[in-house]
Design a binder for this molecule. Structure first.
Ligand code: PMP
Length: 465
């Protein structure tokens, strides 16, 4: 424990008085007060009270290279001195945007050779939607406008991002405003398959049933009206949902049957999270478009984009005319310079291979041990993303009473013990920096178990009549 270096109460008071936080119940936070994070290094963050906390979420799934990399600071500084801002509109560009575009296309699967830059993952999904509809219009099929996404998927908070996402609570606040977006069931075996109808169902049959639901939706809308299917390789914000092995091959077969584009949202799974440069490579998806952000710059500066496969890019370029779309910060020089350096470091240090060959399998082994805990119904992981399902009854997957708020309770206990683990309902999630060591994975698992013990004890007290 270090001496507090910031006046916590002053910051909390100013925060309460003036700051509306994202995805936050403003009133509840005002009553509790914020935790003030002041600095970070490696996989650890520090708060204003002197606590050191293992960041099991890499910020918001983004600090892939870990905190405190001087090379990224230097790349930003040098670029800010050389050319802090210029845009890519009106027949201009600048070296960092061009070099980053080339590097990204080098890392992407062979059929992807173009990128459109944005400031965030949400803007990337907005851009993708406009591009997809434009593509079909240029192809003489302007009626092909429907995008099919998934329930409980997350694609951002802009109007298009939240419409594409399948988060019911977001839709409930004003309704999804962008028309012609449909949602099909998610391949969430533990939550919607395993214990459905009181049976222990086969995950592979469930994965195929989800792909059949997609086909049924296509036929209902009319295949001639469906532009694209959009999905994350592994759902992140929805609860680190890893589809059964049968799911993606079955989805690919459905899409191949009809003339529908595949868009894979790589905002979380891109840049090494699943042990490949892109989640699509892990699942062999060959998407037509890939929205990206987060790990692209390891979160050091905001940048996103859409990687565009040849099928769509060739049409936009050859037949397109002007695409009326773009952002002031599309390919911002300092953000692009930091992203480029980030990719170069990840490449040079073999970070992605280490996740695939060493850290991912190691985490899988250690994380799976938590499945023996009395309140854990499932412990799953892939690469460096993992989840624990909290249950009241291991035998039938019965959840705790909602009023107990088991997930949030566990999350708060984790923080107290020195670990950031996020809760999505009663699903606990990790997604640590990709530079985590085996020793730090051991510490993460030890802290997670201690938090589960403390959560179980607290829940037992709360459940007593
Ligand atoms: N897509 C996915 C899969 C995401 O997880 C997120 C952010 N959590 C977004 C899009 C939106 O990105 P941003 O917050 O940068 O707008």
């Amino acid at each position: 424990m270090q001496t507090p270096d910031v006046h916590t109460h002053e910051y909390q008071a100013l925060d309460r008085a003036h700051h509306l936080h994202p995805f936050t119940d403003f009133k509840a936070l005002g009553e509790e007060g914020s935790r003030i994070i002041t600095r970070a290094e490696g996989v650890y963050i520090h708060d204003s009270e002197g606590h050191r906390i293992l960041d099991g979420m890499a910020g918001l799934w983004c600090v892939n290279l870990g905190y405190g990399r001087q090379e990224l600071v230097d790349a930003a500084t040098a670029q800010l001195q050389e050319l802090p801002y210029y845009n890519n509109f009106f027949k201009t560009t600048h070296p960092p945007a061009v070099r980053l575009a080339a590097k990204l296309c080098d890392l992407a699967p062979a059929h992807i050779n173009h990128v459109f830059f944005t400031g965030s993952g949400s803007e990337a999904n907005d851009t993708m939607l406009r591009m997809v509809r434009r593509y079909w219009a240029l192809k003489g099929q302007p009626q092909k406008q429907w995008i099919i996404a998934r329930e409980n998927g997350y694609h951002g908070s802009t109007l298009a991002g939240m419409s594409l996402g399948g988060m019911a609570p977001m839709h409930d606040q004003g309704g999804p405003p962008v028309p012609k977006i449909a949602h099909v069931r998610q391949p969430y075996w533990f939550g919607e398959g395993r214990f459905a109808e009181g049976r222990d169902q086969d995950p592979e049959a469930f994965g195929r049933a989800c792909a059949e639901a997609l086909e049924a939706q296509i036929l209902e809308l009319g295949e001639q009206n469906v532009a694209a299917f959009l999905a994350e390789p592994v759902q992140g914000a929805g609860g680190a949902i890893i589809p059964p092995a049968s799911y993606w091959p079955a989805v690919k077969a459905v899409l191949a049957k009809y003339d529908i584009l595949l868009v894979v949202d790589e905002v979380i799974c891109g840049f090494g999270r699943l042990g490949e440069w892109f989640g699509s490579v892990h699942y062999d998806l060959k998407p037509d478009l890939m929205p990206i952000a987060k790990g692209l710059s390891s979160g050091y500066l905001p940048i996103g984009g859409v990687l565009v496969g040849d099928r769509v890019a060739d049409t936009l370029i050859e037949e397109g005319g002007e695409f009326f779309h773009g952002f002031t910060y599309s390919g911002h020089p300092a953000c692009a310079a930091v992203a480029l350096k980030n990719l170069e470091l990840m490449d040079a240090e073999g970070i992605v291979e280490r996740v695939r060959d060493d850290l991912g399998p190691y985490l899988a082994r250690r994380w799976a041990e938590l499945a023996d805990h009395p309140i854990v119904g499932e412990a799953r992981s892939l690469g460096l993303v993992g989840a624990l399902e909290l249950v009241a009854d291991k035998a039938d997957g019965g959840r705790f009473d909602k009023s107990l708020g088991a997930g949030n309770l566990c999350r708060d206990i984790c923080f107290e013990l020195g670990l950031v683990m996020r809760s999505v309902g009663d699903t606990m999630i990790i997604s640590p920096p990709l530079v985590i060591t085996r020793g730090e994975i051991d510490e993460l698992v030890r802290l997670a178990r201690a938090a589960l013990d403390a959560t179980a004890a607290r829940l037992a007290e709360l459940r007593q009549p």
